[in-house]
Design a protein around this ligand. Structure first.
Ligand code: C5P
Length: 232
């Protein structure tokens, strides 16, 4: 898989998600299915998306004891997903368990990606709410290194950190970067943001774009604009 734009399909149900995806006639965008849509539409929806030709990033941000994560990752590895996410803060033991569980009998596995620090948090909220007093980029690099040692395929981080992650963990270690905006006045709850072109220059492998596409007047045109700016 190469550089791509992943659309965050943050819809409350399958009908709204399919109405949105039906707008795309020629393109088959890589889609991110988060908790809201997965919990409402269920695993059969993943099969349907695959049948329609989409690649799937299942973003459930798993976090639990290693045994539970191993078992859950095993289930996900047979659920048509190309990529899924777990929290790096769940420890190295938890990430290693995820890789063990995700690896099928033929040795293949979906891409397993670790969440470092949510792009909706910043230095201040990290210090006041989760009592982490290290600089945010040090925290992200620590989680990325831990994920690499646990043999994960990459991390979710802000595009602001992508370059450094590649420097520390190597070019093949994937950076999946949400917090993408064209209009910096419209950040919403995101704090660490970049444009698609800036993310490209920073070396992001995948950008995750939600509201700027899903709430655009013309989502297909906005998606194409993102692809042009990011993939070229
Ligand atoms: O609408 P917006 O472009 O902000 O959507 C970003 C998507 O990426 C959301 O689905 C959000 O859950 C997800 N995400 C994120 N930050 C992370 C991990 C995932 O914003 N660290």
């Amino acid at each position: 898989m190469g550089k791509d734009v992943i659309i965050a399909c943050d819809f409350p149900n399958k009908i709204e998600a399919l109405n949105f995806l039906d707008l795309f006639i020629k393109e088959k965008p890589f889609v991110k299915i988060g908790m809201e849509l997965f919990y409402s539409a269920g695993p059969s929806f993943l099969k349907e998306l695959k049948r329609r030709g989409h690649k799937i990033f299942l973003d459930l941000k798993l976090y639990d004891i290693p045994n539970t994560i191993r078992r859950c990752s095993r289930v996900l590895s047979y659920q048509y997903v190309d990529m899924f996410s777990i929290h790096a803060s769940g420890t190295k033991a938890m990430m290693q368990a995820a890789m063990e569980g995700a690896t099928r009998e033929d040795g293949k596995h979906p891409l397993v990606i670790a969440i470092t620090q949510l792009t909706s948090t910043d230095q201040q909220s990290m210090e006041s709410d989760i009592l982490i007093h290290e600089p945010i980029d040090k925290v992200v690099m620590h989680y990325a290194t831990l994920a690499k040692k646990s043999k994960l395929n990459g991390v979710v981080c802000s595009a602001l950190e992508a370059q450094k992650v590649h420097k520390v963990c190597g070019k093949k270690f994937l950076t999946v970067t949400p917090g993408i905006r064209f209009d910096m006045k419209n950040k919403g709850d995101q704090k660490r943001v970049m444009t698609p072109a800036q993310a490209k220059r920073a070396g992001s492998d995948y950008i995750v774009v939600g509201r700027p596409i899903t709430q655009a007047k013309d989502p297909v045109a906005m998606y194409k604009k993102c692809v042009k700016a990011f993939v070229g």
